[in-house]
Design a protein around this ligand. Sequence first.
Ligand SMILES: *[C@@H]1O[C@H](CO)[C@@H](O)[C@H](O)[C@H]1NC(C)=O
Ligand SMILES: *[C@@H]1O[C@H](CO)[C@@H](O)[C@H](O)[C@H]1NC(C)=O
Ligand SMILES: *[C@@H]1O[C@H](CO)[C@@H](O)[C@H](O)[C@H]1NC(C)=O
Ligand SMILES: *[C@@H]1O[C@H](CO)[C@@H](O)[C@H](O)[C@H]1NC(C)=O
Ligand SMILES: *[C@@H]1O[C@H](CO)[C@@H](O)[C@H](O)[C@H]1NC(C)=O
Length: 859
Amino acid sequence: MRSTFLRLSLAFLFVFEAAFATVLAIDYGSDWIKASLMKPGVPFDILLNKDSKRKIQSSVGWKNSDRLFGTDAYNIAGRFPSDSFSSLKYLLAAPYNSDATSYFTKISTANVLKSPRGTTALRRSEGEEWSVEELIGMQFAYVKGLAEDLAGEKVQDVIVTVPPFFSQFERDAVADAIEVAGLRTLALINDGTAIAVNYAMTRSFPTPEYHVIYDAGASSIRATVVQFTSDGTGKSGATQIQVAGVGYDREVGGTELDRRLREILIQEFNGKHQKDIRGDKKGMAKLWKEAGRVKAILSANLEAASTVESLAFDIDFRAKIKRSTFEDACSDIKDRFAKPISDALEDAGLTLHNITSVILAGGSSRTPMIQSAVRSAVQQEKIAMNVNADEAAVLGAALHGASLSRQFKTKDIKVQDISVYNIQASYFAPPTSSQAMIRTINTAIFPASSKTGTKKMLTFKRTEDFSLKLQYKDIGSPGFPVDILEAHISGVTAALANLTERGAIEPVVKATVTLSESGFVTVKDAHAFAEVKDDSLTGKLKGLFGGGSSSADEESEVPDTSTSSTQSSPPIPSDIPAAEKKLTLKESNTVPLDITLSFLTTPPMTIAEKRASRERLRLVDYEESAKQRKEEARNSLEGYLYRVRDLLDDSHQDTPFKQCSQESERKALAQKVSETIAWLHDKGDLAETSQFWDKRNVVEALERPIVHRYQEIEAFPQALNISQMWNWSTRLFLTEAYNNLTAEAEAGLPSKWTREELEGLEKTLKEHESWLHEWVDKQKSVKMNQDPVIQTTEMKARAKTLELHLQRLVKRKIPKAKKTTPSATPSSSPKETPSTPAAEPESTSAASSPPSRDAHDEL
Ligand SMILES: *[C@@H]1O[C@H](CO)[C@@H](O)[C@H](O)[C@H]1NC(C)=O
Ligand SMILES: *[C@@H]1O[C@H](CO)[C@@H](O)[C@H](O)[C@H]1NC(C)=O
Ligand SMILES: *[C@@H]1O[C@H](CO)[C@@H](O)[C@H](O)[C@H]1NC(C)=O
Ligand SMILES: *[C@@H]1O[C@H](CO)[C@@H](O)[C@H](O)[C@H]1NC(C)=O
Ligand SMILES: *[C@@H]1O[C@H](CO)[C@@H](O)[C@H](O)[C@H]1NC(C)=O
């Protein structure tokens, strides 16, 4: 009910959108992908897959050479355990030697390799290797295809949800997969925040409210404390969403429960049959699927029967699993299910008292074990199930994407998110003396819970080029690197000399570090800066305001306090007094410096790598469409052959096909058809697309004369009718025109035509008549199963020649000399006669409109 209402009201909101833009939103989960398309004229809803399902299994796979997606790809794991790839989200940017990768190898039967970038790739059974970004890129491209089918146009911009704890490496990997798919990253949005946007869409908050979005997914559990505030009242007012705190656990979630349940099944099997199924990939893949099924049954029942036919070693597996056994196996992690809620509250500096509700979302929020953990941590009345657990994130992401693209009129919702890790800058202190040890200075730039979409300026007293490293203080994911990037700032010496030459006092280097809304940190801008000695009024004012700047001493190599929104463009340190601000704006006081970024650990894909991956995907697409074209050519040939064979079989009766064909022709055709059918069966599988069309052409060449005869017989009466019509009209016209010419000559009146002109038309008419006479006669003696001696196309062309000649004379204007010319009597004139030819498709030119029109208009 609720979600229907929601969809209806959202559809209403988008009635008024103005410009044309299409935004695709993807909620990329470890188990399921949900997608939504935002396009004017298309009802805002979840994108359906080819089976009209609202969610798509996050799987890609191959059945021999056929690539599969969704459930099809997931379901083949039992038969092709090395060719079915699921749960790939775990591997995003994961170093080969990391806990994330070793966990993946526990849950998956896929072959994991080390990629050239130190991350992971997967190898199919036939040897081909695909990076994680490529495989996820294929899934994004698949969703893109669904969206384009619905939109009826290219879709380019996409917003993708990510867990708030995703590091820059993982965010880069998502963005790379998006580009590999041929899409453009509009933004990444934290999934809890996306759910908050969805929640705010239909609500207003006259007094500020705090809610916890509790999102239990397959690969992790997240809690996000969000403050909602509305200005004004009603739906028209703007709503602010401010993320206040985040808590998460990357090790518990639906997948870990599946894994533990599969452990129970493994023990059952191994215990009962004294064999180890762990070595059997197919068996393990089948048990993985079975574990998911049994878990779902145990959500509603205290006991579940597990049966897998021929699980491994030709053994049919049967076991009864009790919910209590399952829960016992998970007892050690029970306390972790609700902990993200208290972590998030602590992060926000709040307690449950401050919270209006805990909103449950995510597929695993339905698991009884997880629900009861939340229920024992949160009072029942605060637990809310008022968003669609599966779809709120993607719908919220789509709404946010639409507002970012500014092409849609949406409810005004401002989002302020935070980043969860401590991000610091690390650099070497300049040596104070030649003996001094090189010191590394680490400065917190964006401490945990910093707002995203902000920037900070760092001030350095340097005389030479130097490097600045951005790193996570601690990322909490064993095996993941902490160093994000290094920015080498160059051109310092020359820039300082330039400023000094212009009379600078104590020049410094300033670098701007940004943290984008999508959670990416980078060094955006660096320049040398100085106050220039100034005797002008401004310079004197400076002294008056006592703006003795503090930028000089070594201790100032810490970020100044200026944190400004990225929208305000000129980087002005905020601790400088007002009068000086004006001065610093002067171009002459700054010299831009060069920044070279490099990646010390897991780099994002380079442009060349992304291009190469995109090419690989294109090649797969191309091969698939070539295969599809071949399939079509084959089906077309096959269908055609059987149609012709049926015509031949029918021809013992008096069908038109038989009437229009000769025995010998039917024999030749039958021979060719059966020969081609045989070829199709024997060689069809190895044939090229063009061969199917060539074979079809050969048979068609034999059939075509028969079809042609039939068509000519059908078309002949009408063609003859047209010919006679113009023949007759012309004759009528000539008779009358000769009479008038004679009468006018006798009366000394001017005529429209000369006698020669009328004789010219008469000649054309006679030629037409004699041609028609001769050939219609000949045609009459042609049998139905013989080729016609005249073609209807020629008849029509000749009639047209006559018609045009006639029209030329009919359209002639009446000479001006006399005004006493009496009016026409149309009924007896040829003017109305050509109405039938005028209705002919060929007669659409102005010349073919009934002659009466022009003649009449002249009067
Ligand atoms: C949270 O609740 C506490 C105690 O109920 C109260 O003192 C505090 O002001 C509240 N904080 C906010 C931000 O509402
Ligand atoms: C100093 O830099 C400015 C702009 O960056 C440039 O136009 C000027 O020529 C430079 N002057 C010297 C002396 O290098
Ligand atoms: C020829 O055309 C006239 C006028 O449209 C129509 O009445 C007549 O039936 C047609 N004859 C044939 C053989 O099509
Ligand atoms: C052409 O029309 C004239 C006059 O109606 C008629 O006498 C003649 O038989 C027609 N010719 C043919 C070949 O239809
Ligand atoms: C012949 O003259 C009559 C009377 O003037 C006129 O109505 C008719 O349209 C003329 N016919 C032709 C073919 O011009």
